[in-house]
Design a protein around this ligand. Structure first.
Ligand code: BGC
Length: 355
């Protein structure tokens, strides 16, 4: 009897010991951010790990996207592996490969190049990692799971309507974004819905129509400089695809004393653009609340990792498949509503905008 009791006690103790061994380490609440590829986080298999690959930090908006993703992940207890490519497709490919090698449950990918990134999505699929395209669509792959962005054609429409209402005839410079970015195509399509009929009727005379390679402000500056020279400074309006390019274009205008004289569009509601709107050198921008899409993308990633349903509000054709999408609305910003839209929403600080 004594032997049986002893054996029983030993068994109970061993069970307790093994149970203890099986317990996973408590999850750390702070997300891990690794841009260099060095893992610094605590290994907790029960924690969702999300890989994030961003194309750039050159425009202010991408800095905000990243900050908000990190904040949301921290709030929801998700571990992150974040990498940022400097507007370089090869660099991004290597970074995504590294993220997949490290091992993640879901990948959020904002591509530098829409079509070149298809192979990355296919690679993730082979590893069983679902992919969410972020802000910019990834084209030519049926393996893309979701897309989250803004209504990008509408961004272009807002720009096109605004500038043609203000300047319904005259000499135009028409710029579009990086040809490798699917958004650039959508922005231009939206804007051309308003410009094309006026071009066709001869009211608008296009003195330059060019894509801004890599979204580089310096390239926009050169385009505008050349058009001013060619037209003997006879430019009546400029369609600029974003605030960065508007900044470059306005520098070229300023060199001829034409800043604040020639209306020009923008997009992103960057602080510098808001300041130019207040100063009167940039005529409008399009506000896209990156806080919203960044937070939502993390929530989508969690749902995807848990196999839960994701609520979408549209489908976007990537050339191969209708991608279930979450598309967020945008708002126009002019001198009249800059405070209301950008300051009152908490996006920018009043003291910074009106300084
Ligand atoms: C984004 C814009 C941004 C541009 C340059 C586009 O894909 O939608 O917000 O200004 O890329 O980074």
């Amino acid at each position: 009897m004594k032997k049986i009791v002893t054996l029983f006690l030993v068994l109970v103790m061993m069970t307790a010991v093994f149970a203890g061994c099986g317990k996973k380490a408590p999850a750390v609440d702070t997300p891990v951010e690794t841009e260099t590829g060095t893992e610094t986080g605590t290994e907790t298999k029960d924690k969702i790990r999300v890989g994030i690959s961003l194309p750039t930090q050159r425009e202010e908006r991408w800095v905000r996207d990243k900050e908000q993703m990190i904040a949301e992940a921290a709030k929801l207890g998700v571990e992150l592996v974040v990498k940022v490519a400097d507007a370089d497709t090869q660099e991004q490919i290597q970074q995504v490969e590294a993220i997949l090698t490290e091992g993640v449950d879901v990948l959020i990918l904002a591509p530098n190049d829409a079509s070149a990134s298809a192979s990355l999505v296919d690679m993730a699929k082979e590893e069983g990692v679902p992919v969410i395209a972020y802000d910019r669509l990834i084209t030519g792959t049926a393996n893309l799971d979701y897309y989250i962005s803004f209504d990008n054609t509408e961004v272009g429409r807002v720009q096109g309507k605004f500038i043609t209402d203000l300047v319904p005839e005259g000499n135009y410079i028409i710029m579009s974004g990086a040809p490798t970015d699917n958004n650039a195509k959508l922005f231009k399509e939206g804007a051309m819905e308003y410009l094309q009929p006026l071009i066709d009727s001869g009211k608008i005379n296009v003195i330059a129509e060019q894509a801004v390679d890599n979204w580089e402000p310096e390239n926009a500056l050169k385009i505008v400089e050349a058009a001013l020279l060619k037209s003997n400074n006879k430019v009546d309006a400029i369609l600029s695809p974003n605030d960065g390019c508007a900044g470059g274009a306005i520098q070229a205008l300023a060199a001829q004393g034409l800043d604040g004289v020639v209306p020009i569009t923008g997009q992103d509601a960057e602080l510098a653009a808001a300041q130019r709107i207040v100063a009167g050198t940039q005529t409008m921008t399009v506000y896209k609340d990156t806080r919203d899409v960044a937070s939502k993308s993390i929530q989508m990633a969690i749902a995807l990792a848990n196999g839960e349903a994701i609520e979408t509000n549209g489908n976007v054709d990537n050339g191969v498949k209708e991608i279930p999408s979450v598309l967020v609305a945008v708002k126009i910003v002019t001198q009249d509503n800059v405070k209301e839209v950008l300051v009152d929403s908490g996006y920018l600080k009043e003291a910074d905008v009106f300084k």
